[in-house]
Each structure stands twice: as structure tokens, then as C-alpha cells.
Design a protein around this ligand. Structure first.
Ligand code: SF4
Length: 372
């Protein structure tokens, strides 16, 4: 790796931003990781990778990216697919609105742009799930358009290089850090430059324990020069997230179990789970299971067996759910909340895209049902 003390390259002679650009580009040329989406210029493939990479680690994304593109190699394939197939391939990656939006956007691109990812920023950013980061990343990498891509990773790097006092999660952060990134952008090679900043954030200027000794802009970094790297990025304190107590009921009827589908336009929309909901204060899990099966699917159940408790964290809240096995007694399914239902054999559970919480207790459930 080229160190910050190496002799400057021929292009390394400009002002502060010019030197930062040159150092980052030289460093990236020598140090960037090989990743499958870096060997393509296909705008759709780059778009898929950037959507998957939001809030998700690179090593997790690689397998999903390959499977997704094997199944949906171009926009027309994705547009023609059913949402359930798309969600099944996305299962486990989280943030399922990304998959629903990408699927919907592919339909629009297929109909309105003949399957070609729009070149115009105004057209591209109007698609579902495309915000300013995705637009800048895809248009700069695929089409070399001069847009600076700013995500949390980039904000952290910039906050340190410029010792910026603006909290990265505060109200003015988006405009402030976008302004810094726009000024710094290398306009002749914006796609490579955006990736260089992101790669520095991933490999060197990491959230905890930045490796300043290996950093190509060490002598230009204001936080480092002040000896105060640990103070950046500045963050506003977050309110603590609430925890909700839930009960979920696996209802058995003649060897089949009932699963329900969440409404497409809500949280975890289109994913399948077991009927349930929030427990009331002082209520036992068993009582909650019986009450919630009546309330959400209109069925009377009994003979409750306690299976397990699972915990799951979402962005703005956490849940702790008690899972129960109930036997069907009477009634016909009447949905109050879920959008759809199926009575299925336990063996076919794997065919449905399930919520993360449901997948957490699946092994225990399958074991229990197969031994019953
Ligand atoms: S010197 Fe350290 S803090 Fe500054 S950009 Fe490099 S790794 Fe980040």
C-alpha cells in the first residue's frame, strides 16, 4: 500500500481538494477489492448492487447479488417476475421495501424506457426506491455522470477529513455533506472517485478504529492533524428504541398450519408469517395467542403449547415474541390485518418468503412439528 509519506505523484500538485482527489484515486487503483459489480458497466446490475448494499455488508451482498442476477439478468426479467419470487430471493437480506421498490421500478423502466435504465437524473430519481445516493452512485458508475454519492460511509470520511462539526445524523447533514462531496468530486472520473471514497471508508477510515497509519490522505486530514480523530463523526444522541412484546400462533389443523401474508404497502409487506400481534399488559403468552388468533384470523383455538421466545431488531424498534402452537377448534378464516392466508404443510414453509422473526424460530418449529 502506498503510504501518506510516499513521494507525490505527478498529478499531486494542486490545492487541498486536488491533492485529496489524486491521493484517493491512486490509492484506489492499488487497493480496491475485486467485487462482482465492479467488473460490469451494466447500469441495471450496478443499480441492483447499490440497492442491496444499502444498510448491508459487502460480504453478505455478494451471494444475493449473484443469485438475483442469475434469476433476473435484465430489467425485463425482473419486471416480468411475481413479487413473491423477488421477495423469496431477497429473503434474509432485510429492508424488504428495497425489493418491492426495485421490482416496481423495473416494471416502469421496462414500460417507459424500453428496459434501459434512464440516463437522465430527473427520470431515474423519480423511480420508486431511487433517492439521491442511489441516483448519484448508479449514474456516476454506469454513465460517468458527475454526481457525488453520499451515504453514511462517505459522511463519516468527509467529517474526519474536514473535522466537520455538523452532526452526521442531524437535520442539516444531508445538504452539508453533499456540498462537501460535490466540491471534492473528481469530475473526469466521478464513478471511480465515488467508489474510492467509499472504499476508503470501508477499508481504512472505518467506523471504529480507523487505520490512519495506512491512510493516503493522512497528512491532509484535519481530524488527524488535530490528533482528534475519535471526536468525528459528530453525532446527535438517538432516542432509545422501544421494545414491543408480541405473540405469534402456529395454528395446526389436520396436519396443516396457517400462514398469513402482510399487506404489500406496509412494514415487511408481502412477507409471510404466523398470525399474531401485540400482547396486552399483564396478559400471558397463552392467553394472547388465543385472543390474537380470534382477532386477526377469526379462528377459535385451544390446547396451547409454548414453543419459544425470539428477539428481533428493526431500525426503529425491537420485538420480543412468544411463539405458541395452537390447535384449531372452530371458525372460518376472516382476515383482520393480514392480506392473504394459506393452510400449508410444514414441509412447504420454505417456499414462502418469511419475515426475519419467523425464520428465527423455524428450525425449532420444524423439529417440534415433525416429532409431534
Ligand atoms: S487519516 Fe484517519 S481519520 Fe483521516 S481520513 Fe484517513 S483514516 Fe480517516
Amino acid at each position: 500500500m502506498k503510504s501518506a509519506n510516499s513521494p507525490p505523484s505527478r498529478r499531486d500538485t494542486g490545492t487541498g481538494p486536488g491533492r485529496i482527489r489524486t491521493r484517493l484515486l491512486d490509492w484506489y487503483a492499488e487497493n480496491c477489492r475485486w467485487l462482482p459489480w465492479r467488473s460490469t458497466q451494466d447500469p441495471y446490475h450496478i443499480w441492483v448492487s447499490e440497492i442491496m448494499l444499502q444498510q448491508t455488508r459487502v460480504d453478505t451482498v455478494i451471494g444475493y447479488y449473484r443469485r438475483f442476477l442469475r434469476r433476473f439478468p435484465d430489467v425485463a426479467d425482473l419486471a416480468a417476475a411475481g413479487l413473491q419470487d423477488v421477495l423469496k430471493l431477497w429473503e434474509g437480506l432485510g429492508y424488504y421495501a428495497r425489493a418491492r421498490n426495485l421490482h416496481q421500478a423495473a416494471g416502469i423502466v421496462n414500460r417507459q424506457y424500453h428496459g434501459r435504465v434512464p440516463y437522465s437524473r430527473a427520470d431515474f430519481i423519480a423511480l420508486p426506491g431511487v433517492g439521491s445516493y442511489i441516483a448519484a452512485a448508479v449514474l456516476s458508475i454506469a454513465y460517468e455522470q458527475p454526481y457525488a454519492a453520499v451515504d453514511g460511509n462517505v459522511k463519516r470520511v468527509l467529517s474526519r477529513i474536514y473535522a466537520a462539526a455538523v452532526p452526521v445524523n442531524g437535520p442539516g447533514a444531508a445538504a452539508f455533506y453533499q456540498g462537501l462531496a460535490d466540491d471534492l468530486l473528481e469530475r473526469e472520473r466521478p464513478g471511480i472517485f465515488n467508489q474510492a471514497v467509499m472504499e476508503l471508508g470501508a477499508l481504512v477510515c472505518r467506523p471504529a478504529g480507523p487505520d490512519c497509519g495506512s491512510c493516503p490522505v493522512r497528512d491532509l486530514c484535519m481530524a488527524q492533524r488535530r490528533g482528534d480523530v475519535q471526536s468525528f463523526p459528530v453525532r446527535k444522541k438517538r432516542r432509545s428504541v422501544p421494545t414491543y412484546r408480541l405473540a405469534a400462533a402456529v395454528i395446526r389443523k389436520k396436519g396443516r398450519i396457517l400462514i398469513v401474508c402482510r399487506p404489500e404497502n406496509g412494514l415487511l409487506g408481502g412477507l409471510w408469517e404466523f398470525p399474531g400481534g401485540e400482547m396486552q399488559s399483564g396478559e400471558s403468552p397463552e392467553d394472547a395467542g388465543l385472543r390474537l388468533t380470534r382477532k386477526t384470523v377469526g379462528l377459535n383455538t385451544g390446547a396451547v403449547h409454548y414453543l419459544t421466545r425470539v428477539k428481533h431488531a428493526y431500525t426503529h424498534f425491537k420485538v420480543e415474541a412468544d411463539v405458541l402452537i395452537c390447535d384449531y377448534h372452530s371458525g372460518r378464516v376472516r382476515l383482520n390485518g393480514p392480506a392473504d392466508f394459506r393452510w400449508i404443510s410444514p414441509r412447504s414453509l420454505g417456499r414462502y418468503p418469511l419475515t426475519g422473526m419467523t425464520r428465527k424460530f423455524l428450525p425449532k418449529l420444524v423439529k417440534m412439528l415433525s416429532s409431534a
